[in-house]
Design a binder for this molecule. Sequence first.
Ligand code: PRP
Ligand code: URA
Length: 206
Amino acid sequence: MNFTLLDHALLKCDLSTLRNKHTPNPIFRATLERISEIMAVEIFRALPLRSFEYDTPLERTTGYALQESFLIAPVLRAGLGLQHGFLRFLPDAIVSHIGISRDHQTHAPHFYYSNIPAHIETLHCLVLDPMLATGGSATMATSLLKEKGAKKLTLVSVVAAPEGVKYFSEQHPDVPIFAAALDRELNANKYILPGLGDAGDRIFGT
Ligand code: PRP
Ligand code: URA
């Protein structure tokens, strides 16, 4: 299982704000955006670099640039809450939204939209979805990107349930998962406990 729990004091503080049921929508949205920035910095810590020579005003020196090009795939709707933070550090990334919603009765993922360009084989694809509950939605989004040619993928989640981590890892053992919290379990309605409720509703006030 390729699961990394990001351990950061600021993530712990911001997660407490997200989990609090009294947090108003604008604060929830802003906090999730800050979490996405912290997570991006932590996840990108060891990205491969290429070196190049250039001139400072005083002498020639060695500089560095990211080796890879990126595609960001926010899973609608809640993945939009993570989009900004990742784009901030990867402004040249292609953004491919993937529309998936859970069926309220069966909790199975239902696909309704995607816009993925051709030739994504060489891109590092980041699937963004703050909630990994049963794992159905993230698994479907990742499968779709692989069908379109993606070879290197990473899943970025904020709150993960053990059930979702297990299911996703079984379906996509080659895809690393990063999360800011690994919660206890799912309830009968497949919501994460303690969790933060419905992420999409809390971001958009629906
Ligand atoms: C939520 C969340 C994830 C999914 C996680 O989406 O944003 O995409 O549930 O659950 P899973 O791991 O069991 O699939 P939802 O279907 O509520 O849609 P929304 O983001 O549009 O509210
Ligand atoms: N989707 C959410 O937004 N929250 C959960 O707890 C589970 C799925």
